[in-house]
Design a protein around this ligand. Structure first.
Ligand SMILES: [Zn+2]
Length: 249
């Protein structure tokens, strides 16, 4: 082969390699660009998703806060007095016992269904005026068992003390044995279906600071009553940890 031809072949080889190398380099650059673009897009999407989730959670917390302020979730205990301007309109349920007008139907339905099931529930205390609560407080033998005036759910018209009619002959029907009475057992099992909770459970006395009262039912609405009763909570615990339990949907 002539020297000139060999040089030409070498030159062609060099050119081919140069072109192929450049093409390869360009393709890699394009691929890297696309990859970088993909990473950037994924990161942006992740940030956007997180922001959306945070906004959703904030909306949920806002809704819980709003729900907490509803009349049926009012917390009245030794540390929380009922507001001075608490507006209340009561109507009679039966036998001269009055309850908040908004709770009337639920209570009446619960009592009627309990009776239909063959039991004998009897109201023994519902709405109390400030004067009545003051009288009870002034005349009780044990002040620790009676709410200070302004701190009783009975004054809010949201609570009802219900006993089994068969316990009315006892000296005092408001004792632990009330829990074994047939009407009481039915009420404890079904109260949440009507929006009521057993407000002072046996194992929560250190939180409620009220003795176990297997007769005191408090209206909180069906949705909350269901959560509170099925999780074995007292109202104080529920309100404190509401975001853990209430989905606000
Ligand atoms: Zn009571």
């Amino acid at each position: 082969m002539k020297k000139k031809n060999r040089s030409l072949i070498v030159l062609i080889f060099i050119l081919v390699f140069a072109v192929a190398g450049t093409a390869f380099y360009l393709m890699r650059m394009i691929a890297e660009d696309a990859h970088a673009e993909e990473i950037k897009r994924a990161a942006e999407e992740a940030v956007q998703k997180q922001a959306e989730e945070e906004a959703q959670e904030q909306a949920r917390l806002d809704k819980i806060k709003e729900e907490k302020a509803q009349w049926y979730l009012i917390l009245v205990n030794n540390y929380n007095a009922m507001p001075d301007d608490f507006d209340i309109e009561t109507v009679e349920v039966e036998d001269g016992y009055y309850i908040d007008a908004r709770v009337h139907d639920a209570l009446q339905e619960m009592l009627a269904d309990c009776r239909d099931a063959g039991y004998s529930p009897r109201l023994i205390s519902t709405f109390r005026t400030r004067e009545t609560q003051q009288y009870l407080y002034d005349h009780t033998a044990n002040k620790a068992d009676t709410a200070v005036p302004g701190h009783s759910e009975h004054e809010c018209g949201l609570a009802a003390d219900i006993v089994d009619a068969d316990s009315l002959g006892w000296g005092d029907p408001l004792i632990d044995a009330q829990e074994d009475m047939p009407a009481q057992k039915w009420l404890m099992e079904h109260c949440q279906d009507y929006g009521f909770i057993l407000r002072y459970p046996k194992d929560k006395e250190d939180i409620t600071e009220i003795i176990y009262e297997p007769w005191h039912y408090r209206y909180v609405g069906k949705e909350h009553a269901e959560i509170i009763m099925s999780n074995g909570l007292c109202l104080e615990e529920y309100l404190k940890n509401m975001p853990d339990y209430y989905k606000a949907q």
